[in-house]
Design a protein around this ligand. Sequence first.
Ligand code: FAD
Length: 491
Amino acid sequence: KEITDAPILIIGSGYGGAVSALRLCEAGKKVVMLEMGLNWEKSGIPFSNMLKPGKSAAWLKKKTIAPFMNIFSLTPFTGTLDRMDFEHINIWVGRGVGGGSLVNGGMAVTPKESYFREVFPDLDADKFYSTYFPLVHKELKVNVIGEQFLKDCPYYKFTRVGEAEAHKAGFKTIRVPNVYDFQYMEKEYKNEVPRSAFNTEVIYGNNHGKNSLDKTYLKKALETGNLEILDLHCVENIKLNEDKTYTLNVQQTDTSGAVVADKVFNCKKLILAAGTMGTLRLLLKSNAVNHFPIHEQIGKSWGNNGNFMTGRNWVKPLSGGTGAKQSTIPVGGIDNWEDKEHPFFTEIAPLPMGMDVATALYLLINRVDKKGEVSYNVNSQKLNLNWDQSNTAKMKENADYFIKKMNRANGGTRSHFLFNNGFGADVCYHPLGGCVLGKATNEYGKLKDHNNLYVLDGSLIPGTIGVNPFVTITAIAEYCIENLIRQNEFA
Ligand code: FAD
């Protein structure tokens, strides 16, 4: 087996991994990053759009795995979008250099300060709102759509209709910032540059316009000359050595998923940034197969960030419905968070199917009052998730309240076309928690019971943050790595 020694190893190239890499590289540290997905930029393979799914559409699957309308068959390839199926919930994640930033909608939402304080009572919220969130906005290139463009552009009819209907039903709407470059979008509308958001590109990757992590944090980290990214390298398990260093068993694959090499990596310092499910799998599996020590809090306080999908159909398309042409980039939301009885935030989501399906799609984000727990099943070698309808009961009640109120004011029915009964309780885009900051780790993400192991990703957030999570994940990673470096953890 090929053996590599690296002083600092990072597993995963999503938000937490990219932030850690940049700050360590800037501090002059040599960093090796292992990513199980493909380096799409280097491969030169284009991303496919939603109407013609190709290589990038799914992680080693024979059929597409979008939340609905999966009529397309595929040749298995290490694509960008993966789905983990549990009994009561399906969890979508991004794969590839850039992690979730390759497949997500780019919605860059800062959490409500009051909720942030409730979720993280021990963090200095003032510092987050004055320093870390603004820093993250700058690094991720967050920007806002021009109101005039939004008003005129046919690709945003779904947002205009969604907002007008929400107002009629008595709801408050908000403009949602995004990492998609809206100046680029205005040019693509005029056909001055290749189309991406207006060419149904998003959940299988964007070829243009979107400032995913490979264009921001990872690019800057590579420019220091201190970062090496090894793609198609999947970490199978971790061993703690007597001298408190770590040994990783790693499989290198080709793009069909076949193993081409079994490798061993040794490191002094290890950062787990494999995303909530990836990090939990590595910790719990390594515990089961290698007696890897894990704290009793690992796996606890897991949540779906209150994700609940729902939709509405109009019997007669309302003033032409939401339009056949739709941008894939959401810019509108309905903010009902202050309602004591039914607190939720919902994205006014696009449904770019190339035809007017007279359907409005919403991804609700609710509080998570009942958390789940993740464990590892040695026999099936899979994760167990203790999560069922009781965890989503209140979310369903909120969705029902929302849809009924919208329909009463605007006409329409619950969308049975999208989901079995119009409710997508099983759709989760935002798995969070299981390795909670200050509980399973110290105040800066260093794992309890370990000397040289850190977790920096979505698993630090206790299952809920009230809005789309990547801005918070990035800000927490910035805060943790800054303090870990200051404490000479990587000296
Ligand atoms: P990730 O970004 O998930 O990165 C983890 C990386 O680790 C991945 O690249 C993975 O391949 C790699 N990895 C995992 N296990 C291993 C292993 N064993 N070995 C090597 N590598 C490994 N959030 C928002 O804020 N706004 C949005 O608009 C939004 N839209 C979304 C839309 C979709 C379809 C999806 C799926 C998610 C969306 N999200 C959105 C959620 C957001 O993308 C995630 O919360 C975020 O990416 C999580 O960041 P992370 O750093 O925890 O890990």
